[in-house]
Design a protein around this ligand. Sequence first.
Ligand code: B12
Length: 237
Amino acid sequence: MNDSPMPELPQVPGQVAPDGNIAAPEFLASLLADGNDDMAAWVISQALSERPRVEVYDEVVRPAMELVGTRWQEGQWSISVEHLASVALNQALSRVRPPEKPEWRIGPTAVLAAPEMEQHVAGLACLAQVLADDGWHVENLGANVPADDLVSFISARDVDLVALSIGTADRLETLRRAVDAIRAQGGGVAELPLMVGGRGVAAIAELAGASLVCHSLADAQQFARSLSLGPGDVDRS
Ligand code: B12
């Protein structure tokens, strides 16, 4: 029998969480910056098996991307690395999305969008999954949606909730324009529950016309649940 100790395995940078905590934002950030969406999806799915989705996105994914942002800002990681991380996050998130439920198409409908000129959309992808988990049918329009077009889109459908996101406070004006355009529309659209969120609203507590300024997905989930619009509560006849 060979009594010699096991050889140390070589450490592959970014593949082994140094402290063994695979759900550490630092570890996820390094996987994303490596473009390793497979491992990133695995790390997120492991975290999801132990903690609610809102917590994983608010407390692991978001801080991981904040680290990416800090390193980019400080010149430690290039613009290309930051872009690689964003694409990897997008791919990883699509792999861990909730399975479609039978009630999905008849559930209440939420429309998600980032207003004109806004490119930060990972928060909306996270929010879409949190709502889908609760039985919402989500239409996520993504980045850069002009206010008047958004109003036409919402007006042409049975919508129960609108959520808008901005990544920097520089977009507060376009966010206000989108909210004002929705509120200026007649009929039910003006009365729709409307939440705004994202890093760009971090410094404000309210916004005229918005039902709620959300600082986390946990806020959003609580608000959406308070609307009591379970799939069985919506009459689409
Ligand atoms: C990735 C990224 C980009 C990508 C976005 C790609 C994409 N498809 O989304 C790209 C390359 C496009 C980009 C561009 C820019 N970016 Co950028 N970007 C980031 C970065 C690194 C990560 C953002 C991210 O994906 N976060 C992950 C998600 C999950 O977190 P989140 O968005 O905060 O969302 C969470 C919550 O806010 C909440 N949430 C979000 N939205 C909503 C909505 C609702 C309704 C609710 C309830 C909740 C909610 O839920 C999420 C989970 O908790 C951040 C760094 C940071 N600190 O955030 C910089 C950052 C936001 N960007 C920054 C800058 C400066 C820019 C640019 C101006 C750079 C430039 N010179 O071109 C442009 C602006 C583009 C534009 N017109 O919008 C700065 C902003 C500084 C400031 N002034 O506030 C940051 C902070 C980087 C930095 N440290 O300097 N960026």
